[in-house]
Design a protein around this ligand. Structure first.
Ligand code: 0PR
Length: 383
């Protein structure tokens, strides 16, 4: 570290240089991210609460009230206003908390969890940290978890089953109702990872899209991950974890002797209140109607893009269910498509299963960006 400090001007000027190297959402070049430009109201709220720490809520009772309200509103959005949970750093921490609660409440030794093959890699981290074995259930022809495969994997060591509402690679919604029946029959904890779909499925259903139920209205669902920093338009880091019963949070609470709360269930200790304030502001400012408009616009652009991709001679891997389009070509390899598009300034995201180029049509994507992308893709085909 240098001995003498730099002037404020020099610091900011240097930071601007670093920032220039970053891509921006506004440019329309970020096509494979689940994050987006935070909404201006969220930014204003975030900056008001920068010093607030929900790790010591007695010092920040106003922020704690905001968190309680946010959890109730999210619970209401997902079929159960009287849920218990926290605003945390993101989907990884939420999934880790859910699996931890399931493990802690069970007496089983050498416990196992069952996740679909399409589950996010955060479950691998969770299994490793919590010393659990991870079993992967097969998918059906529509890339949703196969219920028979889940049933076959269940053993007397299974402590949790996971279903995904909006898979990372294809945006598919697993049959949560079927998983709930299996879990209730076997008395197993069911966690739904709606990190991506949680802020769009309820609103698309309002708009008349035919999408299945996935939330607490289904009786076997024990917990749900829902990330405001994805389709919720909140700044990073903002995740959410909701539990049906308080006992799940209590199962992992640790005594905190000198803080203003007696026990803490979150993994992170010092925890920003700014994310909570931003989420509260968004829920109040946009309301159900605002989120419905955002989700519907993303779906309209998704359909436009999917149509254009087919017209350009490429093949969709599957019909989009949420705002993710995945495609490949019968004539070009994935490397050829990916390199060709990179040469034109795009940074395509390549999914592993199935191998495909994947575009997530987030709220920062405009029609003009997609027109340019489609024109470059069509050019690629003519080589
Ligand atoms: N669950 C699901 C279904 C997810 O898709 C993700 C992340 C997570 C959990 C974990 O969430 P956090 O990353 O908030 O912990 N999905 C994206 C992914 O890993 C996240 C992402 C975001 C990736 C922006 C790239 C990017 O530029 O692919």
């Amino acid at each position: 570290m240098q001995y003498k400090g730099m002037s404020r001007e020099k610091v900011i000027e240097s930071l601007r240089e670093y920032k220039k190297k970053d891509l921006t959402y506004q440019s329309g070049r970020i096509l494979g991210s689940m994050c987006t430009c935070p909404h201006p109201v969220a930014l204003e709220a975030y900056s008001m609460f920068l010093e607030s720490n929900l790790g010591d809520p007695g010092l920040f009772p106003g922020t704690k009230d905001l968190e309680d309200e946010v959890i109730t509103i999210l619970g209401d959005m997902l079929g159960k206003p009287d849920v218990h949970g926290h605003i945390i750093t993101g989907g990884t921490e939420a999934n880790l908390m859910a699996v931890r609660a399931a493990r802690n409440l069970s007496e089983i030794k050498d416990a196992e969890i069952i996740v679909p093959k399409s589950a996010h890699f955060s479950f691998k981290k969770a299994a490793e940290m919590l010393c659990l074995s991870l079993k992967e259930a097969e998918l059906d022809e529509n890339y949703r978890v196969d219920l028979t495969s889940v049933e076959d994997l269940i053993s007397d060591r299974t402590v949790a089953v996971v279903g995904v509402a909006g898979t990372t690679e294809l945006g598919k919604i697993d049959p949560i109702l079927g998983l709930s029946e299996i879990c209730m029959d076997n008395d197993i904890y069911l966690h739904v990872d709606a990190a991506f779909g949680g802020f769009s499925i309820p609103f698309l259903r309002d708009a008349g899209y035919y999408l299945p139920e996935f939330d607490f209205k289904i009786p076997g669902v024990s917990s749900i991950t829902i990330d405001p920093h994805k389709m919720g338009l909140a700044p990073i880091p903002t995740g959410g974890i909701l539990f049906r019963h308080r006992k799940y949070l209590e199962s992992m609470s640790i005594e905190t002797p000198y803080l203003t709360e007696d026990r803490q269930s979150t993994i992170v200790g010092t925890r920003t209140g700014a994310s909570t304030a931003a989420t509260w502001a968004l829920l109040k400012h946009l309301g159900r109607d605002g989120y419905r408009k955002i989700a519907t616009r993303c779906m309209e652009l998704t359909d436009f893009l999917a149509d254009g991709i087919e017209k350009a001679g490429f093949e969709l891997v599957t019909e989009p269910e949420l705002n993710i389009v995945a495609f490949h070509s019968p004539k070009m390899t994935m490397d050829e498509i990916s390199q060709g598009m990179m040469d034109k300034g795009w940074l395509p995201s390549v999914s592993a299963y199935p191998a495909a180029i994947r575009i997530i049509v987030m709220p920062h994507i405009k029609k003009e960006h997609l027109l340019k992308f489609l024109s470059d893709l069509t050019d690629l085909k003519s080589f």
